[in-house]
Design a protein around this ligand. Structure first.
Ligand code: COA
Length: 260
């Protein structure tokens, strides 16, 4: 077993990141946050990476939240610094230019659910469980749980999860539109890689543009959002990849996208 807190494995154009602290249900220590950030640095600097898949080691958890053991050791300033760091990292994942697929294989609690909410697409095993149980600790989420969950599912479901610490099953998360696909636990990585392969077939600049438009859609009024969409489309039409995609369709061949 590797000591690395975040394992990296390249599968064709997909970089698979595995949060690796299974004996603590992959709870997010400060060291793990730093390794995850460094892994995203690698993904960003390697232009061959078209998709990032994030999953959790072991069969029990994606991530069971912030490391509560570490919380117990931190003074107030240290606690606030931890929250600032996790917020910064989660927002980086949310805005990451390369699409991120979350493969959720068990508990996705607290910060684990918040990371999931920052992914572009979620695939879950039937054993996945989603919750924001911070209230049971006398706390509230600090990495976007109240904000991103409300934008994703509306205030009633968000309040139900936050105020009663309700746990959502994978199928409930699927029914609410959070999870794209639910599969058997043994099929999870293959399903996430298949999703990644499908995403990697889309022109990279188009994928980046669409993810950004979707990410900001909830913040803009409709006319502003439509303006942004039209401006983005005009920019994409000027790319070599759009010429290639349109020519390839007309020529009845597969496109060869270069990301330019
Ligand atoms: N931080 C630190 N350690 C954690 C953790 C967390 N968020 N979640 C689980 N662990 C550790 C447990 O302390 C235990 O370690 P130990 O074997 O050294 O005692 C190990 O992971 C296994 O967890 P355990 O609680 O024994 O498993 P369980 O099946 O009984 O319960 C959970 C699983 C997820 C329901 C439970 O661990 C839990 O509620 N965790 C905290 C979730 C949370 O509040 N997250 C938000 C944090 S802000």
């Amino acid at each position: 077993m590797s000591d690395d807190l975040v394992l990296r494995e390249r599968r064709n154009a997909t970089l698979v990141l595995t949060l690796n602290r299974p004996e603590k249900l992959n709870a997010l220590s400060t060291a793990m946050l730093e390794e995850l950030d460094a892994a995203f640095d690698e993904a960003e600097s390697d232009h061959g990476v078209r998709v990032v898949v994030v999953n959790g080691a072991g069969e029990r958890a994606f991530v069971a939240g912030a490391d509560i053991g570490e919380y117990a050791q931190l003074d107030h300033d240290g606690f606030v610094a931890y929250q600032r760091r996790s917020r910064e990292l989660f927002s980086r994942i949310d805005a990451f230019g390369t699409p991120v697929v979350g493969a959720i294989n068990g508990y996705a609690f607290g910060g684990g659910f918040e990371i999931a909410l920052c992914c572009d697409v979620l695939v879950a095993s039937s054993s996945a469980v989603f919750a924001l149980p911070e209230g049971l600790l006398g706390l509230c989420p600090g990495g976007g749980g109240t904000q991103r969950l409300t934008r994703a599912v509306g205030p009633f479901v968000a309040n139900d999860m936050l105020l009663s610490a309700r746990r959502l099953t994978a199928h409930e998360a699927n029914a609410l539109g959070l999870v794209a696909e639910v599969v058997e636990p043994t099929d999870l990585l293959d399903a996430a890689l298949a999703k990644a392969d499908a995403i990697a077939k889309v022109a990279p600049l188009a994928a980046r543009t669409m993810a950004e438009l979707v990410r900001t859609a909830g913040d803009a009024d409709l006319e502003r959002g439509l303006d942004d969409e039209q401006a983005a489309l005009a920019s994409l039409r000027a790319t070599a990849d759009a010429d290639e995609g349109i020519s390839a369709f007309v020529d009845k061949r597969a496109p060869d996208f270069r990301g330019s």
